[in-house]
Design a protein around this ligand. Structure first.
Ligand SMILES: Cc1ncc(COP(=O)(O)O)c(C=O)c1O
Length: 416
C-alpha cells in the first residue's frame, strides 16, 4: 500500500476515502491489511453483480485468451452480436437494435446525435437536477450541481431545462408536483423551444446524482404522450437506474412506458467500461451510416463479454427480483429510523436505488462519516448534498442489509 497515494494522481479527482482496495468480493472490498469494507456504493452503481463475480471474471479471462479487440468498422466481433441479442431479450418492443460505446456520457451524446438526425430538429429538453455526464454536450445537459460546469461555461446551446417532479423538494404531494411540472413543460414548449424545434426529452426515470428521486409514473406517462403528440423522441437515461438496479430491468418499466431510446452504462459491464443505446430498427435506420462511431465501441471484446456475462448473472441468479425484495427491506428499515430521527426528512426509492434525505447537509455528512468509521461505504447526492444514497450490489443478502441498517442507526444516534 502506497504511503502517499495521491502524489502522482491529478488533484481533479475527489476521494471519499483513502482506502486502497486490493481485492473485491460480492459487496465487500479488502485492503492490503485485510480490513473489510461493506461497499454500499457499488462504485457509483457499477458493480450490480457484486465485486469480481466469478462468472464475469471467467468470461473476461476466456475472452481475453481468444480475442481482446476487433474494430467494429473493420470486423464484427462475435460478443457484440451476442450482447445485442441478449439486450434484445431484456428490452421491450419495439427496441431491438443497439449501438455500443464506452462511458455513460458517450452514450448520452450518441442518443442526442441520433435524435437530432432522426427528427431533423436540434433542441433537447432535460430536467432540473439531472446528471448526464462530463463531456461538453452532456455537461450542458447536467444541472445536478454547479461543480460539474464550474468555470467551463458557456456550454453548447440548444439545451432547455424543465423542472423534475421532485415532490419532497417542492413540499407537495406527487399529484400536485406532477401537475406543476407538466404545466412548466408546456410553458417551455410555448415560450422557448417549440415542438417543431425540439428533438427529444432526455430524462432519468429515477433522478440519480440529483437526489435519488423516482419520477411519478403519471409524469412519465404524460411525457410519453406529449412526445407522441408532437413528434418529440423520449430518451430514458438509464445509466444509473438500469440493469436491475430498481427491481425491474429498466426503471421506465415501473411507469409502463417504453422510451424511443434507452441509454445504458455502469451496471452493464460489472466494472468493464462499456455503454450503449437501444432503439427500434426503424429509428436506428434514420442514423446515417458513418456519422457516429468510435475506436472501441462494439470492438472491445473483453468488455462486451463481461456485459454478456452480466446479463446472464442478473437473470440466472434472480438479482432483479433480489433488488426488489432487498429494496423493500431497506425502505422499511429506513422508514422505521425516520420515525425515530426527525433529522431524516424523506425516505424514498425503487429497488436498491434508495434515498434518505436529511433536513440539512451537515447531518447527512456526519452520518456518512459515522458509517465510514464502521467500514460502511455510502455516498451522498442531491444539489444541496442532503441525501445519502443506498446503492449496494444487487447480490446483497438480507442479513447484510440488516447489518448496514444497524451501522446507520448507530451513526444517526451519534450525529443526532
Ligand atoms: C444518469 C447518468 N447518466 C450519465 C452518466 C455519465 O456516465 P459516465 O460517468 O460513465 O460518463 C452518469 C454517471 O454518473 C449517470 O448517473
Amino acid at each position: 500500500m502506497s504511503e502517499f497515494p495521491l502524489e502522482h494522481l491529478s488533484p481533479v479527482w475527489t476521494h471519499l476515502t483513502q482506502i486502497q482496495p486490493v481485492r473485491g468480493e460480492g459487496i465487500y472490498l479488502y485492503d492490503a491489511d485485510g480490513n473489510r469494507y461493506m461497499d454500499f456504493t457499488s462504485g457509483i452503481g457499477v458493480t450490480n453483480t457484486g465485486h469480481a463475480h466469478p462468472k464475469v471474471v471467467r468470461a473476461i479471462q476466456q475472452q481475453a485468451e481468444k480475442l481482446i479487440f476487433g474494430q467494429m468498422n473493420i470486423v464484427i466481433p462475435p460478443p457484440a452480436v451476442a450482447l445485442a441479442e441478449g439486450l434484445n431479450r431484456v428490452t421491450p418492443d419495439p427496441i431491438d437494435t443497439f449501438f455500443f460505446s464506452n462511458s455513460g456520457a458517450e452514450a448520452v451524446e450518441a442518443s442526442v446525435k441520433l435524435a437530432r438526425q432522426a427528427t431533423g430538429k436540434r433542441n433537447i429538453i432535460v430536467f432540473r437536477g439531472s446528471f448526464h455526464g462530463r463531456t461538453a454536450q452532456t455537461m450542458a445537459m447536467t444541472t445536478s450541481k454547479y461543480i460539474y460546469r464550474h468555470h467551463y461555461q458557456p456550454l453548447p446551446a440548444g439545451v432547455f431545462v424543465a423542472p423534475y417532479p421532485y415532490a419532497y423538494f417542492y413540499g407537495w404531494d406527487e399529484e400536485t408536483t406532477t401537475a406543476f411540472c407538466l404545466k412548466q413543460l408546456d410553458y417551455l414548449l410555448h415560450g422557448q423551444t417549440p415542438p417543431d424545434e425540439t428533438a427529444a426529452f432526455v430524462i432519468e426515470p429515477v433522478l440519480g446524482e440529483g437526489g435519488y428521486v423516482p419520477a411519478p409514473a403519471g409524469f412519465l406517462r404524460a411525457l410519453r404522450q406529449i412526445a407522441d403528440e408532437h413528434g418529440i423522441l423520449l430518451v430514458a437515461d438509464e445509466v444509473q437506474s438500469g440493469f436491475g438496479r430498481t427491481g425491474k430491468f429498466w426503471a421506465f418499466e415501473h411507469a409502463g412506458i417504453v422510451p424511443d431510446i434507452v441509454v445504458m452504462a455502469k451496471g452493464m459491464g460489472s466494472g468493464m467500461p462499456i455503454s450503449g443505446i437501444g432503439a427500434s430498427r426503424a429509428l436506428m435506420e434514420k442514423w446515417e451510416p458513418g456519422t457516429h462511431g468510435g475506436t472501441y465501441g462494439g470492438g472491445a471484446a473483453v468488455s462486451l463479454a463481461a456485459a454478456v456475462a452480466t446479463l446472464d448473472v442478473l437473470q440466472s441468479e434472480g438479482l432483479v427480483e433480489n433488488a426488489a425484495a432487498r429494496g423493500e427491506q431497506l425502505l422499511a428499515g429506513l422508514r422505521a429510523l425516520q420515525g425515530q430521527y426527525p433529522a431524516i426528512g424523506d425516505v424514498r426509492g425503487r429497488g436498491l436505488m434508495v434515498a434518505t434525505e436529511f433536513k440539512d447537509a451537515a447531518t447527512a455528512k456526519a452520518v456518512q462519516k459515522g458509517c465510514l468509521e464502521e467500514n460502511l461505504l455510502l455516498l451522498t447526492c442531491g444539489t444541496y448534498g442532503t441525501v445519502i444514497r443506498w446503492i449496494p450490489p444487487l447480490v446483497v443478502r438480507a442479513e447484510e442489509i440488516d447489518a448496514a441498517l444497524a451501522i446507520f442507526s448507530r451513526a444517526l444516534a451519534k450525529a443526532a
